[in-house]
Design a protein around this ligand. Structure first.
Ligand code: UDX
Ligand code: ADP
Length: 460
């Protein structure tokens, strides 16, 4: 193996963030050796196979171009730590489910274990880069753990939050709006920061690599996600009003989005936001505010999550009401289970909430998704009721009373809805939780159509 690499980079945690980010660094920087380790051997085996553990457009191509050359996936965390100069930490930091802060604070157990393992295995100084989204001041805690043993080894902790979105990870990593690096402002902190800047400079223009103090960096990640989620909750709140007033939320979004101060992105009303970040990060922010006694600030941000819960609930209630207040024994086809298009990820997907609520009404579910059925089956493993999983949307909709579009997969805009209508029970209903199909055309086929934030089109 070529050991003359200029730098040896390790990433601990081969998930949605660690895997693609390291693949991009390896792809752009053949002069560096990039190793990704994970405690989960199945995940590592998948990263070493043709079936990567996550679906991301373009990811397989960049993994394949570097794997075995300067990109390696394995489970030997200890060896990985010993060999590296720079360690990215991207282990999971879910919301705590127990004890103080349960349901709000971040669960830092995986993260702290990693810090201790770095300390235990290191034989030389290292730069540690926080990639996982973490509460503000976590870097400080990590620094304390790392300097707790009197090993004489210096560790410099940097914060470098990842802003990629799933489904567009490769594009986002290749052309990021910005790369943010937080460091302490000491001489060694600034030196470490410059080393990380140098890595990104291989493909990101210098003016887009911004630096800050470490706490601003940690907080910026939480705030970016909170602002994005807030836009969705804002437009979703307006969608409810539109349904009551016969206004059209797309027209409203278009009109306000043309104001350059508001901007037109992230204004799509939907069945609610999902994904592993938004809810978790807002709750994290809320917990932080409460911790500092900022009750009003905490309540303000918490309302973003409350509106999101309300949007999901309201979607199911609308279905129930439209279908004559009973769903018992009715077959309902869910088109899409992933939390957004172009990913197989179902973490916090609105589809799970909706599926469970429909099952409570004794509806029979047929779930369809081009990439997320494996995860859907896992998510609904404990659920009681009649559920089937059918990838082909035509087969899935056959004999159903209603279709609910829950993920904005492009393929659902191109289906032959006449063919689907002919195969369904009548009256046939379509609930468009993503506003992606042509409602007038679908209505003219014969469907009763219920979009988000627009008047329903009904035949009765
Ligand atoms: C988000 C942030 O965008 C990203 O910067 C951060 O690093 C991680 O969290 P992600 O959760 O992967 O990324 O996807 P995103 O595109 O932000 O979508 C999140 C949710 O919001 C999805 O459920 C999506 O369907 C929904 N959404 C998005 C809307 O309902 N309407 C919109 O206009 C945009
Ligand atoms: P994210 O979306 O933040 O990338 P994921 O859950 O997809 O989160 O990935 C986190 C990964 O970190 C998982 O594959 C998990 O097995 C791994 N992991 C957790 N703790 C450790 C650890 N101590 N050492 C190595 N890997 C770990």
């Amino acid at each position: 193996m070529n050991e003359s690499f200029k730098k040896k980079i390790l990433c601990i945690g081969a998930g949605y963030v660690g895997g693609p980010t390291m693949a991009m660094i390896a792809h752009k920087c053949p002069q560096y050796k990039v190793t990704v380790v994970d405690i989960n051997p199945d995940r590592i085996n998948e990263w070493n196979s043709e079936n990567l553990p996550i679906y991301e457009p373009g990811l397989y191509e960049i993994v394949k171009s570097s794997r075995g050359k300067n990109l390696f996936f394995h489970t030997d965390v200890k060896k990985g730590i010993q060999e590296s100069d720079i360690i990215f930490v991207s282990v999971n930091t879910p919301t705590k489910t127990f004890g103080v802060g349960a349901g709000m604070a971040a669960d830092l157990q995986y993260w702290e274990k990693t810090a201790r393992q770095i300390l235990e295995c290191s034989q030389s100084p290292k730069i540690i880069v926080e990639k996982s989204t973490l509460p503000v001041k976590t870097a400080l805690a990590m620094e304390r753990i790392l300097s707790s043993a009197d090993s004489g080894i210096h560790f410099e902790v940097l914060s470098n939050p990842e802003f990629l979105a799933e489904g567009t990870a490769v594009k986002d990593l290749e052309n990021p709006d910005r790369v943010l690096i937080g460091s302490s402002l000491t001489e060694s902190g600034l030196k470490a920061r410059d080393e990380l800047v140098e890595i990104y400079e291989n493909w990101v223009p210098r003016k887009q690599i911004i630096t800050s103090n470490i706490w601003s960096s940690e907080l910026s990640k939480l705030v970016a996600n909170a602002f994005l989620a807030q836009r969705i909750s804002s437009i979703n709140a307006i969608s409810d009003l539109c349904e009551k007033t016969d206004a059209d939320v797309s027209e409203v979004a278009n009109a306000i989005g043309m104001d350059s101060r508001i901007g037109d992105r992230f204004l799509k009303a939907s069945v609610g936001f999902g994904g592993s970040c938004f809810k978790k990060d807002i709750l994290n922010l809320v917990y932080l505010c409460r911790n500092y006694g900022l009750t009003e600030v905490a309540d303000y941000w918490e309302s973003v999550v409350r509106i999101n819960e309300y949007q999901k609930k309201r979607f199911v209630l609308n279905m129930l009401k439209a279908m004559f207040n009973t769903l018992a024994d009715k077959k309902i086809c869910l088109l899409g289970f992933a939390f957004k298009a172009d990913t197989g990820d179902t973490r916090e997907t609105p589809a799970l909430y909706i599926a469970n609520k429909l099952l409570e009404e004794n509806a029979k579910l047929v779930i369809s998704d081009p990439k997320a059925l494996k995860n859907a089956k896992k998510d609904l493993k404990e659920a009681k009721g009649d559920i089937s999983y059918v990838e082909d949307p035509y087969q899935a909709a056959k004999g159903c009373h209603a279709i609910a579009i829950l993920t904005e997969w492009a393929l659902y805009t191109e289906l032959d809805y006449r063919k689907i209508y002919d195969s369904m029970e009548k009256p046939a209903f379509l609930f468009d939780g993503r506003n992606i199909v042509s409602h007038q055309e679908i209505y003219e086929i014969g469907f009763n159509v219920y979009p988000i934030g627009k008047p329903a089109l009904k035949h009765f």
